[in-house]
Design a protein around this ligand. Structure first.
Ligand code: GLP
Length: 259
């Protein structure tokens, strides 16, 4: 697990750089896209690089999760958020960006279909991730099976409160259920890149990097991934016990070694 502590703009640049390097070497790469505020600067940076020639035309992308039951045209439906924040700003081919269908008549079937679609695409090459204040990744709330696959989950009150800001501040308007890639689904991606900024994420980041692997802090499963990159600003890193070591390691990183 590599921990990089840097200002937010630099974190976004590093994540975008990793995606550009991937797409340059493998234009048909499969990306994993995350919602939430954490990856927004990465998407801005990718849109900028697209203007400079970076193409997504042969790439495909899979989203992490989706609310259940939001109307198709609801601005906070994750499919619409991803369309607005990144898909519409670059040149993905029609149908190249997919997400779990939170409005399917048969939600269990939709989850199984989604797993099959990811597998049929050859799996995700690079998965962007944020982290919830309770340590969730995607919408795998505390208590999630570490072996879970895409399925329906009930959101915790904490997550609904955290996300109320996207729903005019009203917790009651945040859906109770979601479809989310499972922890094992996420772990199947070949490179995990997690971004976290701000003091509210400090405890979750500490647990993620330095805590015991536990379903109570679902992101801790990432400690078992052979290629996980944790990009954090100083505030999100403020509870890391080995912060000085991570800073020294990154400062001494050989130039040829990418993320
Ligand atoms: N389902 C999303 C996650 O994918 C995201 O990582 C997390 C943090 O969001 P933010 O980046 O806005 O802090 O919460 C949301 O609930």
């Amino acid at each position: 697990m590599e921990v990089v502590i840097a200002p937010g703009d630099e974190l976004a640049r590093l994540a975008a750089e990793a995606i550009e390097t991937l797409l340059t070497g493998r234009p048909q790469a499969v990306l994993g896209l995350a919602t939430g505020s954490s990856p927004l600067k990465v998407y801005d940076e990718l849109a900028r690089r697209h203007k400079d020639g970076l193409s997504f035309a042969r790439a495909r992308a899979f989203m992490l999760d989706e609310y259940v039951g939001l109307p198709d045209d609801h601005p906070e439906r994750y499919r619409n958020v991803i369309e607005k924040e990144i898909a519409s700003r670059v040149d993905f081919a029609p149908g190249a960006v997919r997400g779990p269908d939170g409005n399917a008549a048969d939600l269990a079937r939709a989850c199984a279909d989604y797993e099959e679609a990811i597998a049929a695409a050859g799996g995700v090459d690079l998965q962007l991730l944020g982290i919830g204040t309770d340590g969730h990744i995607a919408f795998n709330e505390p208590g999630s099976s570490l072996a879970s696959r895409t399925r329906i989950k009930t959101l915790t009150r904490q997550t609904r409160q955290d996300n109320a800001r996207f729903f005019g501040g009203s917790v009651d308007d945040v859906p109770r259920h979601c479809l989310t890639q499972g922890l094992a689904t996420i772990m199947s991606a070949r490179h995990l890149v997690l971004l976290a900024t701000g003091r509210a994420k400090a405890e979750a980041v500490h647990q993620l990097v330095e805590g015991p692997v536990s379903a109570m802090w679902p992101a801790t499963i990432m400690q078992l991934h052979p290629h996980a990159t944790i990009l954090v600003d100083a505030a999100a890193a403020s509870r890391l016990q080995l912060a000085d070591y991570y800073r020294e390691t990154y400062a001494a990183k050989p130039e040829w070694q990418t993320l």
